[in-house]
Write a protein that binds this ligand. Structure first.
Ligand SMILES: CC(C)(COP(=O)(O)OP(=O)(O)OC[C@H]1O[C@@H](n2cnc3c(N)ncnc32)[C@H](O)[C@@H]1OP(=O)(O)O)[C@@H](O)C(=O)NCCC(=O)NCCS
Length: 150
């Protein structure tokens, strides 16, 4: 029999995302950079993947329109991060799989993100397509706008 790792996806608070965002996305930077505009908005939600009781992956979803797309109602994915030791275990994919029906319930059928170029392969595997050219985000590096219809 295979060893089975039990993973759970739960809704978490913005506060619960901050230390993982910091560790994975803003290491060495002030923790305040991990507080995103809109974190506490009513339409925003945050998901976490747990292995037993340990939070190993987070993602946040904001009701935010990108003018590159015509859809009136859009969600933006931000703060997608998995602890290094837990990568490749399907945690981020599970977070997205949980988020998409919630977003659809809110009558939105487009999700977009500014993807780090190093993570573009992940987004392609989870059904996102790139849009436009690579652009630079100061300090963090090269990004591509990506979107997915749900
Ligand atoms: C990108 C990241 C969030 C992916 O998280 P994860 O939990 O490891 O992702 P999953 O295990 O759900 O991956 C789903 C699929 O994408 C693949 N994948 C994951 N990261 C990838 C990457 N950087 N490039 C190419 N493919 C990748 C996985 O191998 C898996 O493929 P499979 O279904 O064929 O097995 C994680 O690598 C991470 O935190 N990276 C550092 C921070 C970062 O870049 N975040 C994104 C900012 S835009």
């Amino acid at each position: 029999m295979h060893n089975c790792i039990l993973m759970k996806v739960l809704q978490i608070s913005a506060r619960d995302t901050h230390s993982l965002r910091h560790k994975v996305l803003r290491q060495g930077r002030p923790i305040e950079e991990c507080y995103f505009d809109g974190d506490e908005d009513d339409q925003t939600f945050h998901l976490g993947a747990f292995v037993e009781t340990k939070l190993v992956s987070v993602a946040s979803f904001f009701y935010e329109r990108n003018p590159a797309f015509e859809d009136v109602d859009q969600y933006r994915l931000r703060g997608m991060a998995t602890l290094e030791d837990h990568r490749g275990g399907g945690h981020s994919r599970a977070l997205l799989r949980t988020a998409f029906p919630i977003i659809k319930q809110n009558f939105c059928s487009l999700v977009w993100c500014n993807a780090r170029v190093s993570a573009v392969g992940f987004y392609e595997k989870t059904g996102f397509t790139s849009f436009g050219d690579v652009f630079e985000v100061p300090i963090i590096g090269e990004h591509l706008l990506m979107f997915r219809k749900i």
